[in-house]
Write a new protein. Structure first.
Length: 136
């Protein structure tokens, strides 16, 4: 018969773990500044989500503007996710994962196979999702 102490130990969940991915917004055709978060702003937002959800951050990966074609930070994050299997990948927005929705779906599928759930920061802290401008 298990003791009370054994039940308490078994009932305690191990800390959930998260990785954070940041990427510089893709410039528009005119190379004008966009109203999107910088890498530093994304980092603060994603870390706030990790704190709010009581997650242990196991890695922060970033791709500056110059690396958006090859996305070495995202590739490194995927290697770590395969090896360490964090529960969550926090991103400021799913759009930061790739330039096309097709590629986003492929990345989310790979995350799912690793048991990692992508969590956009605006969902993680209850902020309203970004409203897309009309395509007029």
């Amino acid at each position: 018969m298990p003791t009370t102490h054994q039940h308490e130990t078994e009932d305690q969940e191990k800390p959930r773990r998260a990785a954070i991915y940041l990427s510089e917004p893709v410039p528009n055709d005119l190379d004008e500044p966009r109203d999107e978060l910088s890498l530093d702003q994304q980092s603060v937002l994603c870390r706030c989500v990790a704190i709010a959800l009581e997650l242990e951050v196991v890695g922060v990966f970033a791709d500056p503007r110059g690396d958006l074609v090859l996305r070495p930070g995202l590739r490194q994050a995927m290697v770590v996710i395969e090896a360490q299997r964090p529960d969550i990948l926090i991103v400021s927005s799913l759009e930061r994962l790739a330039d096309s929705y097709h590629d986003i779906v492929k990345i989310v599928w790979k995350l799912g196979r690793a048991g990692t759930v992508p969590v956009p920061a605006e969902v993680g802290i209850g902020l309203p999702a970004k409203v897309r401008p009309s395509q007029d």
